[in-house]
Design a protein around this ligand. Structure first.
Ligand code: GLN
Length: 196
């Protein structure tokens, strides 16, 4: 299994380390052509406006939409979650518009800029160690989106078929089980059935 981490800006090496711990090969992705060899793609945390700009500049918007349209798994963490959302609260424009959800940026307030917690995540035994850094939250989700975890009444992990997103940084701890969960999603990849 080859899992790429979009390496335009943000936390890349830590994701690669966690992917490798989860038993897959991790690759830093800087050019669209590299997507071809991947079984799954991670969009890391960082700053979503900057990541969005760089994605537009280097042709990743269309390329990642096409990648996801083939049914290949995409996992957005923190800023990556914002980049995947269909709607961003208070902003006219979103980025990839892949996942049917509305997200709110920097949603946990200044006094709680960063914190760590043990989070129950549906589908994973025992809690996951999660690091929140100026984290977004998922305000609302569409019918096809399954909520996987809630922290203090707010949705912080969700899945829509082959798309996974979390508000926090799972790569900044030694706990790689969310990465293992994503590698499993990549293993069970099925090409979408074409209508007609
Ligand atoms: N606050 C950042 C944003 O809005 C996300 C923070 C992060 O990825 N740690 O893009």
């Amino acid at each position: 299994m080859k899992i790429g981490v979009l390496a335009l800006q943000g936390a890349v090496t830590e994701h690669i380390r966690s992917i490798e711990r989860a038993g897959a090969e991790g690759l830093a992705i800087k050019q669209v052509q590299q997507l071809e060899e991947l079984n799954g793609l991670i969009l890391p945390g960082g700053e979503s406006t900057t990541i969005g700009k760089l994605m537009r500049k280097y042709g990743f918007m269309e390329a990642i939409r096409a990648f996801a349209a083939e049914g290949k798994p995409v996992f957005g963490t923190c800023a990556g979650l914002i980049v995947m959302a269909k709607h961003i609260a208070g902003q006219e424009e979103a980025h990839l518009e892949l996942m049917d959800m509305t997200v709110s940026r920097n949603a946990f307030g200044r006094q709680r800029e960063s914190f760590e917690t043990d989070l129950p995540v549906k589908g994973i035994e025992e809690t996951v160690r999660a690091v929140f850094i100026r984290a977004p939250l998922i305000e609302s989700v569409g019918e096809e989106v399954e909520v996987l975890s809630i922290y203090k009444d707010e949705i912080v992990t969700a899945r829509q078929g082959h798309l996974l997103a979390c508000s926090y940084h799972p790569e900044l701890t030694d706990d790689y089980r969310l990465h293992a969960y994503f590698v499993d999603m990549a293993r069970s990849y099925k090409q979408p059935v074409q209508n007609q």
